[in-house]
Design a binder for this molecule. Structure first.
Ligand code: FE2
Ligand code: FE2
Length: 358
């Protein structure tokens, strides 16, 4: 793997940057050299919000537009892009159409994962139509097996149309961060069976990348940073030598290692959520390996938002967090410790002090 340093990278892209005057926040880029070494972009949680008529919340539009424009500047080009879910805020056709209009600007193939904000108004019908995507599927790329799951399902009786006056009532319960009348996310039995069958065809030394919207680990139930059957899904993934789970939903940098599985969360292009532990009254199950980002500054609309580009080499995943208004972060797999690490911020004295708001 060759790493281009910042100067080389900026020289090679300066013409492009000058041409479109986009802020260029990329630090480094890795050149794919071996069969299973490549990069892809990961964009998530844009929460495109319809106001009325042709009016949409400008800030959320801008977040997605910026991510698309920056991802298009990557050199070499990423092999594809993954969208991590919550393209829309309330899953309406208007929001999904508008989100897809922006997403059509992405160069190359996009693989879509469904989020609860795309789903609960009509159980994914409009989302499937607009994205042309299945709710769960797999594909192979350069020796790596990718699986995309719908991890935001819940109990069938909670989802049933008969329980609700309108699909939008169901959506509004699930669309809240602390959703006291919501229901825990789950992959569910049908999909777990499908996953077992899908993986039966794959040799256990094939690197596996699993995309889900909610974390396939239990972080904090009060905010549904949680998947109820996470352990059962992890058990299906256990026979594989090298597994990485990439997820959206939490709108913040998180990473963890459980056995053979590395976990990485994506930032949102829309807004950052606080870390659960910042609520003193709530129990927090934030992975101990995660070095938290400082709190977002509410006076900077793009603060603590961004997108990711991912370098995958021999099954190891390095996630490059491209932030709009903050220093970029890299969470890279450390082969010696056998887990993802944010080396630049690991020491307490290197961590950024919390911002003060008055
Ligand atoms: Fe979200
Ligand atoms: Fe979500």
């Amino acid at each position: 793997m060759n790493r281009m340093n910042r100067r080389e990278f900026l020289t090679s892209t300066s013409a492009l940057v000058a041409a479109c005057s986009l802020p260029m926040s990329l630090i480094e880029i890795c050149q794919a050299k071996t069969a299973d070494s490549f990069t892809f972009a990961f964009i998530s949680d844009s929460h495109i919000t319809h106001i009325k008529g042709n009016k949409f919340v400008r800030n959320w539009d801008k977040g997605l537009m910026k991510a698309v424009a920056e991802a298009n500047l990557l050199t070499p080009r990423p092999d594809f892009t993954i969208y991590g879910g919550d393209l829309a805020q309330l899953g309406t056709k208007e929001e999904l159409d508008h989100g897809m209009e922006i997403m059509t600007g992405v160069r190359g193939k996009v693989h879509y994962c469904v989020g609860e904000h795309d789903f609960y108004v009509d159980l994914g019908k409009a989302w499937q139509e607009v994205t042309g995507s299945k709710q769960y599927y797999s594909f192979d790329h350069k020796g790596v097996h990718f699986v995309v799951l719908n991890s935001i399902l819940t109990f069938p009786e909670w989802m049933a149309d008969s329980k609700w006056n309108k699909g939008m009532d169901r959506m509004k319960q699930m669309a809240r961060l602390d959703n006291p009348k919501g229901s825990p996310f789950m992959v569910g039995e049908v999909q777990r069976e499908w996953l077992e069958k899908d993986l039966a065809k794959v040799s256990t030394n094939t690197p596996l990348v699993v995309i889900s919207h909610s974390p396939l680990q239990k972080i904090y139930k009060g905010w549904n940073f949680w998947t109820e059957d996470a352990e059962e899904v992890q058990a299906i993934l256990k026979p594989f030598d090298k597994v990485t789970v990439l997820y959206g939903h939490v709108h913040q940098v998180q990473y963890n290692q459980i056995g053979n599985i590395s976990f990485h969360a994506a930032m949102a292009t829309a807004w950052p959520w606080p870390y659960p532990s910042s609520y003193a009254q709530s129990a927090s199950y934030l992975p101990v390996l995660t070095v938290k980002m400082n709190r977002a500054d509410p006076f900077q609309e793009r603060d603590a938002t961004g997108w990711q580009f991912i370098n995958l080499h021999s099954g190891d995943v390095d996630v490059h967090y491209e932030l709009a208004n903050n220093t970029n972060r890299v969470v890279a797999f450390n082969r010696e410790s056998g887990r993802p690490e944010d080396t630049a911020y690991q020491l307490a004295q290197h961590q950024i002090a919390a911002q003060k708001h008055y």
